[in-house]
Design a protein around this ligand. Sequence first.
Ligand code: ZN
Length: 483
Amino acid sequence: MSYKVTSLEKLTKLQPTIENVKRIAPKTSDLARNFSDFVPLENINTDNIIQYTDSTGYSTYTFKIIGDENSINFENFHLLETDEGFIGYILSYEPDEDWYYSESNFTPEGDWVFNIATYQGYLTKYSLEREVIWSSNPNMQNPIANRNQSITYNRASFTICTIFVISTCSNIYSGNPYGYAHPMGPNCEGPYGFMDVETCTTYSGGGSSGGNNGGSSGDNDDDCDTTGTRIVQDLPLDGIDSGCTPNDNTGILPPVEETEEDLDHCEKLLALNLTDSLSVNIVPYIDSLRTKTSLDKEYSISFQKKYNYGEFYSLPDPVGIREGQTTTSSSIRIGSTWFGQAHTHPDGTHYMFSWNDINKLNMMYKGLNDFFDKNEVFMMIVNHDGTVYALKINNANALNTEVTNDLFNAEGNSLNEKVINLNLEIQNEFEEDEFNLEHIFLKRFEDFGLAIYKAANNSLSNWNKLELNPNLLGPNVIEIPCN
Ligand SMILES: [Zn+2]
């Protein structure tokens, strides 16, 4: 059994199906609402997909449909693997506001999570053509009891249950002394796991809702039938149908507010200094890099995460500091456990990140396994003028989008040529105003979802966040100290 967050890029077999699903338009005949009420299926987010595979080897896939950012309502698109293809449907959540912001949705670590186990609110199941399959909202048409389906429900009352698979956290400390598993939030430090949460809703006669506690599609516990849009050979078929889905557990992707403030960049940069056995103890490595900025090569060292006996470790590359090829290139390790790198910018180079530094930061972020805390990803430069800068990621999607756009638009016949040209372009900008590199950097990469910090001292015991000054008066870059 496995629960993982993946992307369509990796799920090549699903790609033709998703292309076809994105083209499905709402059907006119069966609508209680206007077309414009519906978020089109072309808004499926293909970057974060929950894939759950059970012991039978069948997978279910959960996608977020990107809707109104300011609404607490949200929708998931589900694909359940069958013997002949898939069953697809949409679950539309209208959470009760009091419940949404209630304590039950906060983890002991203080993260807001969507706790389906206590869900209060309406839930509506649609086919991919937006026909209502059932709804717990009494204001919606609720045709399930009237529909002449292969599944028949007692009109007086029926119960619909679904099993959701959610990722869990069971770390033991003050807020959770016995290590109870609870939904995982960003601050969970493991151990990680996943568990099934079954939610059921009983509908009383006449189509009215018998309770507000969720419920879903699990009408297949006994007969393995799930209703939805049948997809055969990548092609969605018209109408509401049913199919045997041996694994009908689905994940859930709630709205996540992307705030830049709770990423704790300062805390994570300062934690690199820690000298205990679980930490990187970065200062001696930075000091060592400082001694190499007068040499005619770039030098670098990478940093790695490890997980062992329930604990996370951060450690430097056992190989240590490595000599690069030229004054502007050195090695970086990219892969599932590598989360940081520091390198020199020696005499004769610019004391600021290059375009390729940002490119590599993006690659490092994407390479690091989701199992680890991706907010720990960093890149540092140790400059010939004594300054040390650190780069952190506020918004990984923005970073990836901008890097990809730059590469797409850059001149050059190969990736390598494009990177060279993008590096030259920013170097030319730096050369035009040698004493304003911070400002040039902030302007050039304003939309890249990055945060840049400058070490306040040699011991790295404090950092200053650099930002463009929003006021016309004063310096063009302002420094905001971590502490
Ligand atoms: Zn560099």
